[in-house]
Design a protein around this ligand. Structure first.
Ligand SMILES: *Cc1c(COP(=O)(O)O)cnc(C)c1O
Length: 354
C-alpha cells in the first residue's frame, strides 16, 4: 500500500489553485497576474511581481545542502508550515490521530488540534535521560494513526532519537508517515535521517534555516520526502508560500562563505553548550542539567519561578517549560554568545564564569 492511499479521501484528485506562476510560462509583457506593471517607490527587487512558487535555484541549493534531489524538497514558510500541511493532508477530523513524544515541540499538538485530529503522546522521563522506547511509541498508534512525529534532537530535552528512525519507518510502512523534525540536527553528532529516504517511502524529514543558519526572521524551512509526497504538499500549499526577500536571504545563506560562517557559528554554539553543561550543575539552585545535542540546555531548578525571575531581573530571558509533562522545575536555556552565557551564569549566582 502506498502512503498516498492514506491521505484524506476527500482530497483525492484535489486540484490546486491555478496561479499565474504555476504555468511556468514567461513573456516580456506579463499581463497574466493582475500585478502592478511597475515597482513600488524604492523597490529595486522587482517585488511588484509574484515570486516563483518554488524557485528552482533555491531548491537546487537546498538539495545540495541536504544531500537530496530537488524533487525531494518542498520549501515553505518555516518547517512549521510543512507540519501543518502534512497534518491537513492526512488527517480526517474527528477520526485520525497524530502520535508523538511528550515533552516535545508544541507545534505538532497545535497542528493536530487545528485539524481536529487526535494527538497522542508517549511520555519520556528525565530520570532515564528522556530515552524513548520505540515499542511504546508504536503501541500508541492504531489503524487511524496517520503521522508519527519524532523530534530529534528533541526540543526541549536535547535528546537524539535518530537510532530509532529506520526501525520505526519499517514498522509504520504503508500505514503512517514517520516525520523526523531535524530543526537542531546541525548541532548534533548524527547523520541526517534524509540518508534513509530512498529506503523508506513513508519517511519525511523537516529541515529549517531558522536555527543553525541564523535566518529565523526569513521563515524558510523545508520538507524532504519522496517526490509524490512533495507534490502533494505543493498542491495544497498557498500559491506563493515564499516571499521574494526571504528567498534572496536563503540564497545568500547557501553561498560558500555563508556556509563556512554557519559552520563556525555552530562549532561555537557547541563549544558554549559544553562549557555551560559542565558549569550549570555547580550553580546554586540548579539541580540538574541534561546533556543536549541542540543549541539549548534543559535544566531543573529547586525553585524554577525564583530562578526565572532572578534571571529576568538581570536582563536574561529563558524559557519556562515547567508546565510541560514531566518537566516540573525545568527551564530551557538557549545557547547565546559567550558574553551572554557568562551573564546567565553570573545572574544565577556563579561567582566567576570560567
Ligand atoms: C525552532 C523549531 C522549528 C523551526 O520552525 P521554523 O518554522 O522552520 O522556524 C521546527 N521544529 C522544532 C522542534 C523547533 O524547535
Amino acid at each position: 500500500m502506498s502512503l498516498l492511499d492514506r491521505i484524506r479521501p476527500d482530497l483525492a484528485g484535489f486540484t490546486p489553485y491555478a496561479s499565474a506562476r504555476r504555468t511556468g510560462l514567461l513573456a516580456p509583457v506579463r499581463l497574466d497576474a493582475n500585478e502592478s506593471p511597475g515597482p513600488a517607490a524604492g523597490d529595486r527587487a522587482g517585488l511588484n511581481r509574484y515570486p516563483a512558487p518554488q524557485p528552482p535555484a533555491l531548491l537546487a541549493g537546498l538539495a545540495a545542502l541536504y544531500g537530496v534531489e530537488p524533487d525531494q524538497i518542498w520549501a515553505g514558510r518555516g518547517s512549521d508550515e510543512a507540519i501543518d500541511l502534512l497534518v491537513r493532508a492526512f488527517c480526517r477530523p474527528g477520526q485520525d490521530s497524530v502520535v508523538s513524544v511528550a515533552p516535545t515541540f508544541g507545534m505538532y499538538a497545535i497542528a493536530a488540534r487545528l485539524q481536529g485530529a487526535d494527538y497522542r503522546t508517549v511520555r519520556v522521563g528525565g530520570d532515564v535521560g528522556f530515552a524513548l522506547d520505540a515499542d511504546a511509541l508504536l503501541a500508541a498508534t492504531d489503524a487511524d494513526t496517520k503521522i508519527v512525529v519524532l523530534c530529534s534532537p528533541n526540543n526541549p530535552t536535547g535528546t537524539v532519537h535518530h537510532h530509532l528512525v529506520a526501525d520505526l519507518a519499517t514498522a509504520l510502512a504503508g500505514r503512517a508517515l514517520l516525520l523526523v523534525d531535524e530543526a537542531y540536527v546541525e548541532f548534533a553528532d548524527v547523520a541526517s535521517a534524509a540518508t534513509l529516504l530512498g529506503r523508506h517511502p513513508n519517511l519525511a524529514v523537516l529541515r529549517t534555516l531558522s536555527k543553525a543558519h541564523a535566518l529565523a526572521g526569513a521563515r524558510i524551512g523545508c520538507l524532504l520526502a519522496a517526490p509524490e509526497l512533495v507534490r502533494l504538499v505543493g498542491a495544497i500549499a498557498a500559491p506563493y508560500p515564499l516571499p521574494a526577500p526571504s528567498v534572496q536571504a536563503a540564497l545568500s545563506a547557501l553561498e560558500d562563505a555563508a556556509l563556512a560562517a554557519t559552520q563556525a557559528r555552530v562549532a561555537e554554539a557547541i563549544a558554549e553548550r559544553e562549557r555551560l553543561s559542565a558549569l550549570l550543575p555547580g550553580v546554586p539552585g540548579v539541580e540538574r542539567a541534561w546533556p543536549s545535542a541542540g543549541n539549548f540546555i534543559l535544566i531543573r531548578c529547586s525553585d524554577p519561578g525564583a530562578c526565572f525571575q532572578r534571571l529576568l531581573a538581570a536582563g536574561v530571558l529563558v524559557r519556562d517549560v515547567s508546565a510541560q509533562p514531566g518537566l516540573a522545575g525545568c527551564l530551557r536555556v538557549s545557547i547565546g554568545l559567550r558574553a551572554e552565557n557568562d551573564r546567565l551564569l553570573q545572574a544565577l549566582g556563579m561567582e566567576r564564569a570560567a
